[in-house]
Design a binder for this molecule. Structure first.
Ligand code: ACO
Length: 420
């Protein structure tokens, strides 16, 4: 003890000096320590203090080794409820929230990112802090589940927790980063059943302010990806009846394909909950599902192109011109179309234009087609039929012209039927 600090005190033996701390100093020192140690660890310390009034805790020792007791008993799992009353816990939690809740502004949203980590209770201060945050989320979001039961599983060393954190984006320059800190916004506590290669999901929740923003989906997909690597290819869970739809959307089914004898007794049974199963596929990249779906869509589209031409977008006008031109050529090449190739001349039939008021022939039709004067296929058909009608009006039934008109008409109808 330095001279200055102990100057006015009665001299005491070094041992006694360690234990006789003034009430005021104890309080101040405890307060400082309390701010840096999670609540449940604080209670562990308080418990020790209460356990033996003669064994006063050395403040410096605690500050140096907050987990001293824990190290001695590595199998003991520390939970908040093992070591403090619920009332104290809530009070302290409230105080913590008031003091430490980061100020989150809406404009910070795109300046923050999600990160994921799988944690187990390894006794480290940071891990315990995060597990406590997750336990608090579960307690708030699953109000029907006893708090002590949640705490027991979250801190149990046979359980793992996939934690979803929100934190300032690491790619932003320091001065642009929001003042918020890395915090847990959701997670899934699960227990692998190694012998049967499945996991049991005990709790899954996203903090209420962040729900319905797609985070629950990202969270589950991260768990799938992690379990794929560990070769735990099946998930079983008792889904809260309110959350069944969420699980269904994430690939869970109420139909359990696993033999009952392989999971009954391994997983806990809950009331007002539905047992659901999800099988993982070894080749699905659960972290890049949208990219995978897009690639799959492209592959299906490519395959369709090979067998079907419906993907091609034709220019309707150009297509019509091309088809009508082709039909006109076929008509011109027909052996019966020779009377209709060109307009009837006065030399051939001096009174023709007295009888036929709307003459038509294949040459005129070709000129009209080139001049883009057929706006519809019907206009083209009408002109062609006019040729045959004029012919039959002007010539006798027994004439070769009349016969040619009938034959050409038959062919033309055949072409048109094929077109339709
Ligand atoms: N009921 C119906 N549909 C839901 C629910 C719900 N309770 N929650 C989410 N969905 C749907 C969403 O509409 C979305 O569908 P869409 O993609 O077609 O639009 C899809 O599920 C994914 O939604 P997200 O926004 O990713 O889900 P969210 O971030 O809200 O997380 C969760 C879902 C974990 C259920 C969250 O709402 C929550 O924490 N709820 C309270 C706690 C809870 O019920 N947990 C599950 C208990 S069961 C257990 O722990 C084993």
């Amino acid at each position: 003890m330095s001279k200055k600090r102990g100057g006015n005190r009665k001299r005491t033996s070094p041992d006694t000096q360690d234990t006789i701390l003034s009430d005021q100093k104890k309080k101040r020192s405890r307060k400082q320590r309390d701010q840096s140690i999670p609540n449940f660890v604080k209670m562990e310390i308080l418990d020790n203090r209460e356990a033996s009034s003669t064994q006063q805790i050395k403040e410096e020792e605690i500050e140096k080794e907050p987990f001293k007791n824990q190290k001695q008993d590595t199998d003991k799992i520390y939970t908040p409820l093992d070591i403090k009353t619920e009332e104290t816990e809530e009070k302290e939690q409230k105080e913590e929230e008031e003091e430490e809740e980061p100020v989150k502004r809406p404009e910070d949203d795109d300046k923050e990112e999600l990160t994921f980590e799988v944690l187990t209770n390894d006794g480290k201060l940071q891990t315990l802090e995060y597990l406590l945050q997750l336990k608090n989320i579960f307690s708030g979001e699953l109000p029907r589940m006893p708090k002590n039961y949640i705490a027991r599983l979250v801190f149990d060393r046979h359980h793992q927790a996939l934690m979803m954190f929100k934190q300032p984006r690491r790619d932003l320059p320091e001065h642009e980063r929001p003042k918020t800190k890395k915090r847990v916004i959701g997670g899934i506590t699960f227990r692998p059943v190694n012998a049967e290669r499945f996991i049991e999901i005990a709790f899954c929740a996203v903090t209420s302010l962040e729900q319905r923003r797609g985070y629950g989906r990202v969270l589950m997909n991260n768990l799938k990806s992690y379990c794929q690597q560990c070769r735990w290819m099946r998930f079983l869970t008792y889904a809260d009846n309110f959350a069944v739809t969420y699980f269904e959307k994430l690939g869970f089914s109420k139909t359990i394909t696993m033999d009952e004898s392989r999971y009954l007794g391994y997983i806990k049974d809950y009331t007002e909950a539905t047992v659901m199963e999800c099988m993982l596929h070894p080749r699905i990249d659960y972290l890049h599902i949208p990219v995978m779906i897009e690639k799959q869509r492209e592959a299906v589209f490519d395959r369709m192109k090979e067998v079907d031409s419906s993907h091609s977008i034709f220019d309707a006008h150009e297509t019509r011109q091309r088809i009508l031109g082709k039909i006109l050529n076929q008509m011109k090449n027909s052996e019966d179309s020779w009377p209709f190739l060109k307009p009837v001349t006065l030399e051939e039939a001096p009174d023709y234009y007295d009888v036929i008021k709307n003459p038509m022939d294949l040459q005129t039709m070709e000129e009209k087609l080139k001049a883009d004067r057929y706006q519809t296929i019907d206009q083209f058909v009408d002109d062609m039929m006019l040729i045959f009608k004029n012919c039959r009006s002007f010539n006798r039934k027994s004439s070769v012209y009349y016969h040619c008109a009938n034959e050409c008409e038959k062919q033309f109808k055949l072409f048109m039927n094929r077109l339709r």
